[in-house]
Design a protein around this ligand. Structure first.
Ligand SMILES: Cc1cc2nc3c(=O)[nH]c(=O)nc-3n(C[C@H](O)[C@H](O)[C@H](O)COP(=O)(O)OP(=O)(O)OC[C@H]3O[C@@H](n4cnc5c(N)ncnc54)[C@H](O)[C@@H]3O)c2cc1C
Length: 316
């Protein structure tokens, strides 16, 4: 049976949703899924690592060092004879996975939207050229390494890891995370929210984003994103930027408000489940991609939409 090693990100004893999705992708490949976790609360989180048969908690790995963790993961992969290494395509995963792949002398397929196993070989599906093409890739490298795009895989319904062991890890890396600052406000991160409402230059000024925040609040589990034009103007933080040079998101529902639909923006949201565009220009390129389009002024459409969503939520 093949061994699939998954780096599972956790926060204070809870697995991140993106990590549970990655475990779901691993379990779907079939094989012995081994989760590796680190940081305070890792043992509690290991018990929630749905889809993993066993989990390894790295001890003494504080402060977190991506290069030290990567060499530790590569050593575990070697010790277990793992055929596959996976982690979620989050900021941490994107930092860690290439280092692990390099240690394993393997290529990395990043930001995959699908994975498949065929006998002893594995295939990755990933958007290419800003989402204009879909690549189906396979590797002849010793270990198949991939990161999974957030919101593209389903977590397992099974219980967490039943066997949890510890392994001493080192913090002796060149890079170390010395502190973490929580994001301001209570909003979910755009890369993990099931609903993302992004505003563009059509929102006119930073204060106007308040109406998008209201709509997000009406939905409940939603985050407000932004185009690069807005971030470059200093209206919204860089962490909210969706696109080629921002975050790649794949929520169930993506609402683009006052965003023209430049290819660099589309690259970051094209794989969203349902795309709704609100723009006063009927010829805006975003409408070519949208499942539903509203040609209108955002300042009229958004408050009406917020009222409609709130009314629906109130009905239960
Ligand atoms: C290397 C590179 C990387 C890039 N990376 C990114 C990236 O990661 N993410 C990204 O977003 N961009 C990125 N860009 C920039 C991208 O090319 C566009 O410039 C940017 O996406 C445009 O942002 P926008 O749609 O908000 O603004 P605009 O293109 O100015 O569009 C504003 C839209 O708002 C509409 N509008 C105006 N008023 C209203 C109103 N009242 N109601 C409704 N609609 C209204 C207009 O009709 C228009 O369509 C990148 C560019 C380069 C060169």
């Amino acid at each position: 049976m093949s061994t699939i090693l998954v780096f599972v990100e956790q926060n204070s004893g809870s697995c991140r949703r993106a990590a549970l999705e990655c475990l779901g992708a691993a379990a779907a490949l079939g094989g012995d899924v081994v989760a590796v976790l680190t940081g305070p609360g890792a043992t509690d989180a290991a018990a929630q690592a749905q889809g993993a048969g066993r989990a390894i908690v790295l001890s003494g790995a504080e402060p977190y060092s991506p290069d030290a963790t990567a060499s530790c993961l590569a050593a575990i992969a070697g010790d277990l004879g793992a055929q596959v290494f996976l982690c979620a395509a989050t900021a941490t995963g994107n930092d860690l996975a290439p280092r692990v792949a390099a240690h394993l002398d393997s290529v990395l397929f990043s930001d995959c939207t699908d994975l498949a196993a065929e006998g002893d070989s594995y295939q990755a599906t990933r958007p290419w050229l800003a989402g204009k093409a879909i690549a189906h890739c396979t590797s002849s490298g010793p270990v198949f390494c991939a990161t999974t795009r957030v919101n593209c895989f389903s977590p397992c319904e099974t219980a967490g890891a039943s066997e949890i062991s510890e392994r001493a890890a080192s913090t002796d890396g060149k890079a170390r995370v010395t502190s973490l600052a929580p994001k301001e406000g209570t909003a979910l991160d755009v890369s993990e929210a099931p609903v993302v409402i992004s505003g563009g230059r059509g929102m006119k000024d930073p204060e106007s984003f308040a109406i998008l925040e209201e709509l997000a609040k009406a939905f409940g589990e939603a985050a407000v994103g932004a185009s690069r034009a807005v971030v470059d103007a200093g209206w919204r933080p860089h962490g909210d930027q969706v696109g080629q040079t921002g975050k790649v998101v794949s929520p169930e529902l993506y609402i683009a408000v006052g965003i023209s639909g430049a290819i660099q923006h589309v690259a970051g949201m094209k794989t969203s489940g349902t795309i709704v565009a609100i723009n006063k220009d009927a010829d805006a390129p975003i409408f070519k991609l949208a499942d539903f389009g509203i040609v209108g002024d955002a300042f009229e459409v958004i408050p009406a939409l917020t009222a409609a969503v709130s009314a629906l939520k109130a009905q239960g």
